[in-house]
Design a binder for this molecule. Structure first.
Ligand SMILES: *Cc1c(COP(=O)(O)O)cnc(C)c1O
Length: 455
């Protein structure tokens, strides 16, 4: 059926969108401001937006707003649209699936797409042991279910997480998340049996210590304050996300993982932000040669549709009684079609190599900038998950105000950036992995231009 509609054609997103930075109004423009007025009257105040320009289309490396401004996108919807917005393989598979059926509930009547996503994730996650997978809707839901599985398997209660961790906003995952504002304040009481251990944060260690020493410090806290025999699982982000793109010192993750193995504790890698090619490998655990027992997957997996997974050792995953895992929408067929399209894109375009190329370009340019802009205390991260930590020059004293000004300056010049970090002083960069090289350079020009106005 073809329809000739009188309504104005929507701008199509995807990679055919002009790959350019273009500002045609003040930021935000008049149409965005009008929509924002409506939003203020209708949307709960607790839901924030980094930059209130209302989106009309996005693709490749840009986001276009309703006023016709085109931003270079260094956010990717928080590391989600790694294959680019409206990636062709995602659009075609989703379109086909939407027309065939939109939902049956896998727990009522199953379908192939769900099984195929599980097969794919078993193949892509670290380790060649037998694996099983369950699908969910959001990252927090995946983390909750990883904990459920670990408790069921071990018969133990306690969960260990780390300083600066971010695991989500549900009750259990709020307990697991470190930072009070804005994630936890006033929302307690929180789930019990969650304990926090010190992470390896090389930039902030009072004296330089190895990853193995930092792991020993964490293990000591766990043994003394929790007791290995009470511990179901250790949950850790191999590269910290919201906590500031901290990369633990080499040897930290592998030492913690080895201790878990020796003590019958399930080692859970929360790869929700770091997984699916983001760091130049399918999963960031690979950089430390760590094979987690369970891996949580979400953000980058489905090209922007809501899908999450827990992938793990078959004997651990299968310890749960029948019917113990699930949810109405978990592994929705449209989201599964999107994931298969996104994964096919990652394989066809070798987006791990693309992430490594982005890293090479950005590290080089940010390193040069750090020499001219002494407030950059550290350039860090992996692959296309990079950040600069801003401090008072020559110290480690966080400068959140400067990070805010730098980010806002980028927004005004057409580059969409995000901040993060426990101290709010980290500017993070999460370009799509199909970001054209010329746009990446232009974004870096803008960051440099803004930074040098703030020296
Ligand atoms: C975003 C994130 C989550 C939570 O995912 P949601 O889909 O927002 O619930 C959990 N862990 C990590 C590491 C994340 O980055």
């Amino acid at each position: 059926m073809t329809t000739e509609s009188a309504a104005p054609a929507r701008v199509a997103g995807g990679p055919d969108l002009p790959q350019e930075r273009r500002l045609v109004t003040e930021i935000p423009g008049p149409r965005s401001r009008a929509m924002h007025e409506r939003r203020l009257a209708a949307v709960a105040a607790g839901v924030g937006s980094t930059l209130p320009v209302y989106v009309e289309a996005a693709g490749g490396g840009v986001v276009v707003d309703v006023d016709g401004n085109s931003f270079i996108d260094l956010a990717s919807g928080i590391a989600v649209t790694s294959v680019g917005n409206s990636a062709p393989e995602v659009v075609s598979r989703v379109t086909e699936q939407v027309a065939a059926f939109t939902h049956t509930c896998f727990m009522v009547a199953p379908y192939e797409g769900y099984v195929e996503v599980c097969e794919k994730l078993a193949q892509l996650t670290p380790g060649d042991h037998a694996k099983k997978t369950a699908l969910f809707n959001s990252g927090a839901e995946a983390v909750e279910n990883a904990v459920k599985v670990a408790r069921s398997y071990t018969g133990r209660d306690a969960v260990v997480v780390f300083d600066h961790a971010y695991h989500g906003r549900t009750n259990l995952t709020m307990a697991m998340t470190a930072k009070n504002m804005p994630y936890k304040d006033g929302f307690g009481p929180f789930a019990g049996e969650v304990y926090r251990a010190p992470i390896s944060y090389p930039f902030r260690e009072p004296v330089e210590i190895t990853g193995e020493q930092a792991a020993a410090r964490a293990i000591d806290v766990v043994e003394k304050q929790v007791g290995a025999a009470n511990l179901a699982c250790v949950v850790i982000e191999p590269v910290l996300g919201e906590g500031g793109f901290v990369v633990p010192a080499p040897g930290f993750l592998s030492t913690v993982a080895a201790w878990c193995r020796a003590n019958g504790v399930v080692f859970v890698a929360d790869e929700i932000q770091s997984g699916m090619c983001r760091t130049g490998a399918w999963f960031a655990s690979e950089h430390d040669d760590v094979v987690p027992d369970l891996v949580t997957v979400a953000k980058g997996v489905a090209g922007g549709l809501p899908l999450a997974a827990v992938v793990g050792r078959a004997e651990i995953m299968d310890s749960v009684h029948g019917g113990g895992l699930g949810g109405t929408y978990g592994g929705n067929p449209v989201a599964c079609a999107a994931a298969l399209g996104a994964i096919a894109t990652m394989e066809q375009l070798d987006l791990n190599a693309a992430a490594r190329r982005i890293e090479a370009t950005m590290r080089d340019r940010l390193g040069t900038l750090a020499e001219k802009f002494p407030a950059i205390g550290e350039v860090r991260g992996r692959g296309a998950m990079l950040a600069i930590e801003l401090v008072e020059p020559g110290t480690t004293t966080p400068d959140a105000a400067l990070a805010g000004r730098l980010s806002a300056g980028c927004h005004q010049r057409g580059v969409l950036t995000l901040t993060c970090g426990t101290y709010g002083n980290v500017l993070r960069f999460l370009p799509s992995l199909v970001m054209p090289e010329h746009l990446l350079h232009e974004a870096l020009d803008v960051i440099e231009e803004v930074a040098l106005t703030l020296v």
